[in-house]
Design a protein around this ligand. Structure first.
Ligand code: SF4
Ligand code: SF4
Length: 403
């Protein structure tokens, strides 16, 4: 299968389909000829899914333990990993088809990282320029995943309050990171009953687009094509899950990473730096605090604010205690609420999952809610983001070419 280089990563142009056996698929793989056997990928792989001896070419043999997080791919100094699937050919075709209602669904973190693919320093917020670039590409609507993140918190907050008020088993475990859910189901199935039943923001977004959005605009859902723009490789896996289908229609038709989205913009000579300010869609284009989902601890923070307001009728402000333990990778937030102390935690990095899961299973978890994010620091450092400049330079030097 032919490959192209996108954002310094080699990518096969195989379009994935929902009928493929997800359990047997790898979304990243190693090129044996490029791998020098430095073992750096093994340090970043949280589940020891990569095999190989020092100095010899490595490989991922079994799909089962791989969380599809892509940390191996974004940290390999040789650029020896490649992505196996891309919806780009299909998205390009649909953008040219005037019968299609094209819906863009950008993740919270991508407005802060897209600029890196256009030479801007990390952290620049390109919200309005991103909206204009999406419209220039030919999308009919941008129904923002930040809006859907707000919906996630209404639902998850309600679930939390129900469990708390009825003395049901806690902690409630977050459900929005597909790599975490895959880890839990594979390695810690005894915890499944503690996990939130709420869908992730993109799953909610896709379904809302083809129901609520379709009704409001009078669209036939059959003609709608939803494209989630994500910081994440694992969201490609999530989008293909059998459960994300309703009456034969996929909730999410395609997922593009930030790298792929930037490549598409560049191919069409759309320089995001020079875009005018776009305007958010009035239907599902605005959000109260969904943007916080883009960083580790953001789900915990928004849930804490929701719960405090619901129980005490007041905003959660400086009365909360926040603490980050860098050694354990745990961020904590605690606050007094109606005579009780509520404690929440955020686990930032899949290498920390095992210890926290053990603690829960032993009944020693002090927390009422735990957010789990597979990527260190959360989605802002996801496997689909532009490569860090330091690594990008190393990969380029290794290849001896620029892209
Ligand atoms: Fe390991 Fe993640 Fe790479 Fe899979 S994608 S091999 S879990 S680092
Ligand atoms: Fe994807 Fe975010 Fe989970 Fe990383 S932390 S695997 S970017 S959802």
């Amino acid at each position: 299968m032919d490959r192209i280089v996108i954002g310094h990563i080699e990518q096969e142009m195989t379009v994935p389909t929902p009928d493929m056996d997800l359990d047997q698929k790898l979304f990243v793989q190693v090129d044996q000829a490029k791998c020098t056997g430095c073992c750096i990928c093994m340090e970043y792989c949280p589940t020891a899914a990569i095999y190989g001896e020092t100095g010899l070419a490595h490989t991922i043999v079994h799909p089962e333990p791989c969380l599809h997080c892509g940390m191996c791919l974004t940290h390999c100094p040789q650029g020896a990993f490649h992505e196996k699937f891309s919806w780009l050919p299909e998205v390009e075709k649909r953008l040219e088809d005037s019968s299609q209602i094209m819906i863009a669904m950008p993740a919270p973190s991508i407005r802060y990282t897209l600029g890196e693919a256009f030479g801007l320093p990390p952290g620049r917020n390109l919200q309005e320029k991103m909206l204009a670039a999406i419209a220039r590409l030919g999308f009919d609507h941008c129904w923002d995943t930040e809006f859907a993140a707000d919906v996630t918190i209404w639902e998850e907050g309600g679930e939390f309050l129900h469990k708390l008020k009825n003395g049901m088993a806690l902690p409630l475990l977050s459900s929005c990171c597909p790599s975490w859910v895959r880890y839990m189901e594979t390695f810690q199935p005894a915890l499944v009953d503690l996990c939130s039943t709420v869908k992730s923001p993109i799953a909610i977004n896709g379904r809302l687009a083809k129901t609520y959005g379709a009704q409001r605009y009078g669209y036939d859902p059959e003609n709608m094509y939803t494209v989630a723009i994500m910081p994440c490789l694992s969201k490609k896996y999530e989008a293909l899950m059998p459960a994300l289908e309703n009456n034969g229609l996929r909730d999410i038709d395609a997922v593009l990473t930030v790298r792929e989205f930037a490549w598409l913009l560049q191919k069409r000579n759309i320089d995001v730096n020079n875009m005018p300010h776009g305007i958010a869609d009035t239907l599902m284009g605005e959000s109260a605090c969904g943007t916080l989902f883009g960083i580790g601890g953001g789900v915990m923070e928004t849930l804490a604010r929701y719960v405090h307001k619901a129980l005490c009728g007041k905003e959660l402000q400086n009365q909360a205690t926040r603490r980050l333990d860098r050694a354990s990778g745990i961020a904590e937030l605690s606050f007094e609420c109606c005579g009780q102390t509520l404690r929440m935690a955020a686990v930032r990095g899949a290498d920390k999952f095992a210890a926290i899961c053990e603690q829960i299973l032993k009944g020693q978890s002090p927390w009422h809610f735990i957010e789990f994010m597979a990527c260190p620091g959360g989605c802002i450092n996801g496997g689909g983001q532009p490569l860090l400049p330091s690594l990008r330079n190393t990969v380029l030097l290794g290849r001896g070419s620029a892209q």
